[in-house]
Ligand binder design. Structure first.
Ligand code: GDP
Ligand code: GDP
Length: 450
């Protein structure tokens, strides 16, 4: 568990917001990198390197006609790999999911290949806006080759020569038209105040905590009555920022000894976790950690939400209890070592000011995005230092990785052959060591290609 340093950096959300993202997809050698160079107007920006895990950088900021956007170049895998078409499609899928629009590059001279068709299927499924670049149309004579690409069924092919710059202006105009003015809200990020849930088993001090943070400036914002659950959220200003506390009615209104109470309480807890972005799990530090505490933390991890653990009733702490508590934490809570921990007393108000920095740190970790270039550099180092063990003469290879989503950080790692579970856990551990992700579950998905 991470005891937060006294000074957690203040949480600065970018005012400008992220730039819209254009993914450049296509099979190897169609001229993607050359086109990226052309778009960003810097010849030296994209480095040639050996196929495999690393490509120095894959994301660049570009500007056309006064509008800025981010270009994501995909690639970095072996063009001779077996099952190349599937690989191209798989990588394209990840890039497309993360993008606002797609520039699909086809080699007009070579014409349509299986790999191109595999990408088209992914593009169709995604529903993202697509601009089709028919590349290597270096002069008028091969313009007609570009027209053959109408048969892909994804709209007008823009005949371009990445090498000479021919036709790229019209293509970029089409790209701007396809990109949203402001980037779409990705990964389900909703605007407005951040959503916090306070959960925990009965009598740990949830309502005391809520009353302490809410003081008098609370606003009840929604009341949907009529069912066993009647969620009521409250807007509460803390640390100069407004927060939406989820289903506070469930905390304030206690239904003791009602039939099925426990069942409804756990339903309600799970519903609150689902709606929250960050969850504060309150534990009674004066008593032993129970199964029920662990079940709740597991639910937060499974739901992929940011987690803060609040050890309440710290005013009751003495040397002996503290000794046992630390042992319980080491034994039962190792899997939540990444969660910020705050020791508080809702009764006296002691250390309550530590709650907001912990929540902000967890949200930061939850939203962390590792650029693809950095991720692949990391994977390259990791594989070089600790290669996957050879089993029966075979050694699965890590081809590349990309962060598919944030909230929580979710990584797709593409491999040739099956990665062992222990090696996957090793990757997860190293990811945390290198990139942090304080307060957030981290998901790693291995996509093995044969
Ligand atoms: P990528 O693997 O898709 O990134 O492709 P590259 O950008 O590395 O280009 C592959 C090869 O095609 C290189 O030899 C480029 O010089 C060449 N190439 C790229 N664009 C053009 C073009 O517009 N015309 C011609 N004739 N060759 C090109
Ligand atoms: P909830 O069921 O989780 O909402 O818990 P409550 O807030 O109702 O608290 C349960 C009991 O614990 C009440 O008697 C509170 O006064 C007491 N309590 C809550 N927080 C603290 C604390 O920090 N220290 C001590 N000593 N008692 C607390």
């Amino acid at each position: 568990m991470t005891d937060l340093p006294i000074d957690v950096p203040t949480h600065d959300r970018e005012d400008a917001g992220p730039l819209p993202v254009l993914a450049i997809v296509g099979r190897p050698n169609v001229g993607k990198s050359t086109l990226v160079n052309r778009i960003i107007g810097r010849r030296e920006a994209v480095v040639e390197d050996t196929p495999g895990v690393t490509r120095d950088r894959v994301s660049y900021d570009a500007n056309w006609a006064g509008r800025e956007f981010t270009v994501v170049d995909t690639g970095g895998w072996d063009p001779d790999a077996v099952g190349m078409a599937a690989l191209v499609a798989a990588q394209a899928e990840v890039a497309i999911n993360a993008a606002d629009a797609v520039l699909f590059v086809v080699d007009a001279v070579v014409g349509i290949t299986d790999a191109d068709e595999a990408v088209v299927r992914v593009l169709r499924k995604s529903g993202k806006p697509v601009v089709l670049a028919a590349n290597k149309v270096d002069d008028q004579r091969i313009e007609s080759e570009a027209m053959n690409l109408w048969s892909l069924g994804i709209g007008e092919p823009f005949a371009v020569s990445a090498m000479h710059g021919r036709g790229t202006g019209d293509m970029l105009d089409a790209v701007l038209a396809a990109l949203p003015e402001a980037p779409a809200e990705r990964d389900g990020e909703a605007g407005g105040p951040r959503r916090v849930a306070i959960v925990g088993k009965p009598n740990v001090g949830k309502s005391s905590l809520l009353n302490k943070v809410a003081k008098e400036d609370r606003v009840v914002v929604s009341d949907v009555a009529g069912t066993t659950v009647d969620p009521v959220d409250e807007l509460i200003t803390l640390g100069g920022q407004e927060w939406r506390f989820i289903d506070t009615a469930g905390i304030r209104r206690k239904v003791k000894n009602a039939q099925g109470h426990e069942y409804y309480a756990s339903l309600r807890t799970n519903a609150a976790i689902e709606r929250a972005e960050v969850v504060v799990v309150v534990i009674d530090s004066s008593e032993s950690i129970t199964e029920q505490d662990l079940r709740i933390m597991n639910a937060v991890e499974e739901a992929g939400k940011a987690l803060v653990i609040a050890y309440n009733k710290w005013d009751l702490m003495d040397e002996e209890r503290r000794y046992y508590l630390e042992r319980e934490i080491d034994r039962d809570l190792v899997q939540f070592r990444w969660a910020p921990r705050v020791n508080i007393s809702a009764l006296t108000g002691w250390h309550m000011e530590k709650l907001v920095p912990a929540i902000e740190a967890a949200l930061d970790g939850w939203q962390t995005r590792v650029p693809t270039g950095q991720l692949n550099a990391f994977l390259g180092r990791l594989v070089a230092a600790h290669p996957h063990p050879v089993r029966s003469g075979k050694q699965p290879k890590i081809l590349f990785g990309t962060q598919a989503t944030t909230m929580p950080p979710t990584f797709a790692i593409f491999t040739s052959g099956q990665i062992e579970a222990s090696y996957q856990r090793f990757i997860e551990r190293r990811l945390r060591e290198d990139f942090g992700f304080v307060g957030s579950p981290v998901h790693v998905q291995i996509r093995a290609r044969q």
